[in-house]
Write a protein that binds this ligand. Structure first.
Ligand code: NAD
Length: 308
């Protein structure tokens, strides 16, 4: 785990409780912080599963199945995720380069924002194949979308299927055309069960999905528990080779006609990282919104200083 701040520590805590990892090393520019988190997490081990947890440095990444990167600044209240790009790109590049050098056989999972742009930067700097450099992408936005839908529909979010695709950020695209409960599209499920459904409900859920991070940051300064749980879900799919379909940020290679941009689409995630990015049956409006999101991300990437 590189970056033992709110997100890194929340993920590490979830990882300790999950029992998935036998060794967890925390690396942070603030070594004392990493040390303190490692001590605190280690004291949870007697209540969890055996694991060795310590604060370390890049050579300790050698042999790691996954290195999660959540180092860098957080989003300030008046700042979009893309504003963060310049601040965090240099950090992501240097971390990915160092991790790639000591652990060329592992997978890097980037959570630092703007996650799509930084996953691309990390891939270019790491020397790893693109399928093993993944951004957490819209894993969290998809969870928020499913949770909001579940709240409206009165069913368990596990029973709500749907994805948010594109940028993890303002141009993200909730895919209503294929969202469903038990194979029933949302308008049909609502009609069959006497649940209100109209354009204002769609817009409300879209807006609350997109603006959730801003809402939380305004209240408590940062978001970290849900993304920590989402990172754990991705890591579990990799470690256990589950081939789970998750919305993560991966290099597009012509899917939906989009080339050479990291963005989120449902992808099969397993031991080899992103094994396949899936092409969805999008509505015309959704496909156009996805292309616009890709253009925004391409612009953000092109706006970064050239790699050293
Ligand atoms: P934080 O400030 O609490 O922690 C960041 C940590 O990174 C700090 O401990 C800092 O010392 C460390 N750090 C900074 N530069 C470093 C470097 N060069 N090498 C090693 N460590 C370094 O921030 P946070 O709230 O944990 O957020 C971390 C990142 O995660 C932010 O970019 C935030 O926007 C992002 N985030 C992403 C998602 C998502 O869905 N992908 C959700 C929430 C937050």
């Amino acid at each position: 785990m590189v970056g033992a701040g709110h997100v890194g520590a929340s993920f590490a805590y979830a990882l300790v409780l999950s029992g998935l990892a036998s060794e967890i090393v925390l690396i942070d520019a603030d070594r004392r912080r990493a040390e303190g988190e490692a001590m605190d997490l280690a004291h949870a081990v007697p209540f969890a599963k055996p694991a060795r947890i310590w604060d370390g440095d890049y050579p300790d990444c050698a042999g790691a199945a996954v290195t999660v990167v959540a180092a860098g600044g957080g989003q300030r209240p008046d700042e979009t995720r893309l504003d963060l790009a310049r601040r965090n790109a240099a950090i992501a590049a240097s971390i990915a380069q160092r991790v790639g050098e000591v652990n060329p056989g592992g997978t890097i999972l980037v959570a630092t924002n703007p996650v799509d742009v930084l996953a691309h930067v990390a891939w270019r700097s790491s020397g790893l194949p693109a399928e093993r450099v993944i951004g957490s992408g819209t894993i969290l936005d998809t969870a928020r979308f499913r949770w909001l839908l579940s709240d409206h529909l009165g069913v368990d979010p596990h029973s709500v299927h749907g994805f948010v695709i594109g940028e993890h950020g303002d141009s993200e695209v909730p895919v209503w055309s294929s969202a469903n409960v038990a194979g029933m599209r949302i308008p049909d499920f609502c009609a069959a069960n006497g649940i209100p459904f109209d354009a204002s409900i769609v817009h409300g859920i879209d807006a609350r999905t997109r603006e959730a991070a801003y809402e939380i940051i305004e209240r408590k300064g940062a978001t970290y528990y849900a993304v920590g749980a989402g990172l754990l879900r991705i890591v579990e799919a990799i470690l256990r080779d589950q081939r789970t379909v998750l919305s993560v940020s991966a290099l597009t290679r012509g899917v939906h006609g989009i080339e050479d941009v990291y963005l989120s689409l449902p992808a099969i995630v397993g031991r080899r990282g992103v094994e396949r990015v899936l092409q969805l049956n999008l509505s015309v409006v959704e496909a156009a919104a996805l292309r616009r999101s890709a253009e925004i991300l391409r612009g953000a990437l092109d706006g970064l200083p050239a790699p050293a």
